[in-house]
Design a protein around this ligand. Structure first.
Ligand code: NAP
Length: 287
């Protein structure tokens, strides 16, 4: 079989991985993971199943019934799957959110969360950032912010300050990032080594397309990570570059969280370059 997958087509022996969510037809996970399976010449295929809210438990039953070997979980099912699955990793249990299900050799379903580790791997690859001893600010307090906060705290960050529009959500996220999580304020952005935008402000096809905070708080010597990957360059990333910060978009996190799932399912090292290249080509073509 050619490395680009030429000539490959599914057979009776083909192993299946899938993503469940609603909506799901826009998902980029099939693109990234099928690129990975083809690059490693694995007889696997990855498909998307639309599963309505409230049907997470049925989806897990279907995973068993159809012997699906790997399942990605996205909105709105991450919390429901964490509640319905027989076992979760410590991180997924703390977050009460599962984005990846592994079916073990003895048939047990185990829930993982690879968002936080995906973020750390992506930013390390692109900038060399190592969290130990670093002051971090996360703007936003939703599912992505929480995963990143927990990952930074567990990796030894000195401070994880959560700055969010709704204070109660910031408080809930900060509690998860023990022992260094706290609710922060905009002033913390200036003093941070790493600033993460984990709000949806700046996402393509969302209104308003503004900035999540005043970019004049950013400066040289900082890293600004925007978790958004569509568009590839958000208004915040442009503004941060102008002010001398090192910038990272959400592509690295998206690829590395998928890479972690690929490795959990197959036991094979993920082809990061092939996955990044497939995603980048698609996003540039889409514009
Ligand atoms: P979410 O759970 O819905 O959380 C959204 C967050 O954005 C909340 O903190 C919300 O604040 C804040 N927010 C929304 N609109 C805002 C506004 N106009 N002004 C200020 N704050 C606003 O979403 P999520 O799943 O965490 O995703 C957040 C972002 O991360 C999205 O852009 C998503 O595409 C991106 N993401 C990327 C990856 C990746 O792999 N690169 C993975 C996951 C998510 P309130 O608490 O006040 O509502």
């Amino acid at each position: 079989m050619a490395a680009d997958g030429g000539g490959w087509s599914p057979r009776a022996s083909t192993r299946v991985a899938a993503v469940i969510g609603d909506p799901i037809r826009h998902s980029l996970s099939p693109l990234i993971l099928n690129a990975a399976f083809r690059a490693r010449e694995l007889d696997w295929v990855y498909v998307a199943f639309p599963v309505e809210e409230g049907n997470a438990r049925e989806a897990l039953v279907a995973m068993r019934t159809f012997a699906i070997d790997g399942l990605s979980v996205t909105m709105p099912h991450k919390t429901a799957v964490a509640g319905a699955i027989e076992r979760c990793t410590e991180v997924a249990a703390a977050l009460r959110a599962v984005n990846c299900v592994v079916r073990t050799d003895d048939g047990e379903l185990v829930g993982h969360n690879t968002d936080g580790s995906g973020f750390l791997s992506g930013i390390a690859e692109e900038t060399g950032f190592a969290p130990a001893g670093q002051r971090c600010v996360i703007v936003g307090a939703g599912g992505a912010a929480r995963a990143v906060a927990v990952a930074l705290a567990r990796a030894g960050a000195a401070d994880v300050a959560i700055v969010n529009r709704t204070r109660a959500n910031a408080e809930q996220a900060a509690v998860l990032a023990v022992p260094v999580g706290r609710v922060g304020a905009s002033d913390d952005i200036e003093r941070a080594d790493l600033v993460v935008n984990a709000t949806s402000v700046g996402m393509a096809r969302r209104e308003p397309a503004g900035l999540p905070f005043d970019p004049d708080r950013l400066h040289q010597g900082q890293i600004l990570a925007d978790l958004i990957y569509d568009p590839l360059t958000t208004p915040l990333l442009s503004a941060a570059r102008t002010r001398g910060a090192i910038t990272v978009n959400g592509v690295g996190m998206l690829v590395h969280q998928a890479a972690a799932a690929f490795e959990l399912w197959t036991g094979v090292e993920a082809p990061i370059a092939a996955m990044t290249s497939a995603l980048g080509a698609h996003l540039r073509q889409r514009g």
